[in-house]
Structure formats: C-alpha cells, structure tokens
Design a protein around this ligand. Structure first.
Ligand SMILES: N[C@@H](CCC(=O)N[C@@H](CS)C(=O)NCC(=O)O)C(=O)O
Length: 213
C-alpha cells in the first residue's frame, strides 16, 4: 500500500490528502509530525519536512512534487486546467500558496494551535503582528485574483484551489476568518470552497482530532 508520511492538520500534507481523495487513490497514512520524526525520516524526506510519499516505485518529498507525480501517474480526474497558460497560472498560485501563505498564515496556526498541542503558550504578539502586517497584502492580492463564482478554473476543484484553501482551513482552526466587508470576493470564495465535500470532510476530520466533534 502507498504511504503518505505526515498528519492531516499539516497544510502541506492536506494538499496531498485532498488530491488523493479526488483522484480515488488508496493509501495509508504514517503519522509523522514536525515534533516527532522517526530517526530514519531523512532517508524518506531529505529536508526532514512533511509530507513525504512512498509507493512501490518511488520515495518523494514536497507536496508539489508528490501532487505532480500523482497527476502523472493517475491522470484520471486531472487536478490542473488544460492549456499551457492556465496550467502555468495554476502552478504560480500553488507556488504562492506554498512559499508566501505557508509562513504567514501557518505561523498563526503554529502559535495558537500547534503550540497548544505540545503544551506551549502562544506568542500572541507574533499573532497580532502577522494579522496586521503579513495577512493584508496576501488578502489584497487574492481579492484581485479569485473568481466571483465556482473555483479558480471553473466548476471543478483543482490543485490551485486546494493549495490556497489548505491555509485558510488552518487559519479558521486558529480562530481567524476573512472579513467579508474588507475582502468580499475572498471571503465568499473561502466559504464556497469550505463547502466542497472533499474539503468539508477534511475540516470535520480535523475537528474530530481536536475533540470538537
Ligand atoms: N515545500 C514543502 C514544505 C513542507 C513543510 O514546510 N512542512 C512543514 C509542516 S506543514 C514541516 O515539515 N515543518 C517541519 C520542519 O521544517 O522541520 C512542501 O510543500 O511539502
């Protein structure tokens, strides 16, 4: 059985989990957290990060690399739009989510949720600093980028949507919601994507894990 190393509340592992679900691929999850890595984990993930993937053919690290591999290996239910220009735009959005949104939104989740799980106090001054300085440029950019209806590339949820929404899920777990008066398009998009069955399933699994359901 193919193995996904990581935990579902990791935003980057969640990207892969939703892709696996949409493509109908069987896997087992091997729970590895940033706080609890097996001694030999660097053999699987050279940078020591989650997620990592292993099947009979390959061992891979990095959510983008894993999702591209899954797309190549299981092309049914494609998670990219057709056409070179739209595909490049989708990859840019994924890159933006992974490199800009992960540290900005992820730090708030880390302070308020992950630290609680390891019995450490949140640094609320860091959270406030991120809320005031890091989030507005990101939200302003997304407000210009997102559609008023459906998903980024039409009626189907694709990888670019998953890459963005995974960070908003953790932001919501940290008690932060998009202000619809300031960012109406972004707020409506987040609400719409949260209702997609593959996304609402992940949110409710997380809530079970947090003991909220
Ligand atoms: N570019 C990587 C980033 C992965 C990443 O930063 N994962 C975090 C958890 S969400 C991690 O493993 N952090 C622990 C560490 O850096 O040691 C990807 O997309 O998979």
């Amino acid at each position: 059985m193919s193995k996904l190393y990581g935990v579902p509340v990791s935003p980057m592992a969640r990207k892969v989990l939703v892709s696996l679900e949409l493509k109908g691929i069987n896997y087992e999850i091997v729970p590895v957290t940033p706080f609890n890595k097996p001694d030999d984990f660097l053999n699987i993930s050279p940078l020591g990060k989650i997620p990592a993937w292993q099947d009979q053919d390959v061992t891979l690290a990095d959510s983008t690399v894993i999702c591209e591999y899954l797309e190549d290996r299981y092309p049914d239910h494609s998670l990219y739009p057709p056409g070179a220009a739209d595909k490049a735009k989708a990859r840019w959005i994924e890159e933006y989510a992974d490199t800009i949104m992960l540290p900005a939104l992820g730090s708030i989740f880390f302070e308020r949720v992950a630290k609680k799980m390891i019995n450490q106090p949140a640094d609320e001054s860091k959270v406030q600093d991120h809320l005031e300085k890091k989030l507005p440029p990101i939200f302003n950019y997304l407000e210009t980028l997102l559609p008023d209806a459906d998903f980024l590339f039409g009626a189907d949820l694709q990888l670019a949507d998953i890459a963005l929404i995974t960070h908003f899920i953790n932001l919501a777990h940290a008690g932060v919601h998009v202000d619809s008066t300031l960012y109406p398009t972004l707020a409506a998009y987040v609400e719409r994507v949260f209702q997609h069955p593959a996304i609402s399933h992940r949110i409710s699994e997380d809530q079970k894990m947090f003991g909220l359901k």
